[in-house]
Design a protein around this ligand. Structure first.
Ligand SMILES: CC(C)(COP(=O)(O)OP(=O)(O)OC[C@H]1O[C@@H](n2cnc3c(N)ncnc32)[C@H](O)[C@@H]1OP(=O)(O)O)[C@@H](O)C(=O)NCCC(=O)NCCS
Length: 164
């Protein structure tokens, strides 16, 4: 059985561990190893995660299977007026495809609706097969953007949106 809990600052090492185990496999054929390392440091250092939780209003949820954390999602209400942004969603490779990603999205969907949000948006790399997962959940591609993140690296993303 999977339970979903709110992550706290003390869960930062758990989030880092899931990211470290999931990112290299997810992006092995999409990004260079040096870009993966750079992005993990930029987005998942203790300082970066603390700032996201404490100053940027990112809420992190953890999916737990018994005592083990197997995935996380982070979201931000009112990213733009009436819109909630999903910043991150990662499920450990050996537990993907079992409905955990959908459970995490559904939880954010429920909270966003309670908070009278009218849409969910997210960015996804244009070569990531997660696009199919999002399409399956009724997200539509509404745009694309190339975001320079320093060191000559780019994030080459689609913007996807789901109306609530
Ligand atoms: C993308 C991700 C979060 C999805 O979570 P998951 O637990 O593997 O997906 P689920 O098992 O909940 O799948 C939900 C539904 O989407 C479908 N689906 C999942 N991945 C799919 C894919 N690649 N193509 C088509 N359909 C897919 C499933 O068949 C399932 O359908 P159903 O509800 O009709 O049975 C997870 O696979 C993951 O962490 N991937 C690597 C990291 C990543 O890319 N994150 C997104 C960064 S933007």
């Amino acid at each position: 059985m999977i339970t979903i809990i709110n992550a706290q600052l003390t869960d930062i090492p758990v989030i880092q561990e899931i990211a470290k185990r999931t990112w290299p496999i997810t992006f092995q054929n999409i990004l260079s190893e040096s870009q993966i390392d750079y992005m993990l440091e930029m987005m998942y250092s203790p300082q970066a995660l603390t700032e996201q939780m404490q100053e940027k209003n990112h809420v992190f949820l953890l999916a737990k299977e018994m005592e083990n954390s197997v995935g996380y999602i982070s979201y931000q209400l009112e990213y733009t007026p009436g819109n909630t942004k999903i910043h991150k969603i990662y499920v450990l490779p050996n537990t993907q495809g079992k409905g955990i990603g959908k459970l995490l999205i559904d939880e954010v969907l429920k909270i966003a609706k309670q908070k009278k949000q009218s849409s969910l948006t997210l960015n996804v790399n244009r070569d990531n097969r997660a696009i199919q997962f999002y399409k399956h959940l009724d997200f539509k591609i509404v745009g694309e953007e190339n975001i320079p993140i320093g060191n000559g690296f780019l994030m080459e993303d689609y913007i996807m949106e789901k109306a609530l």
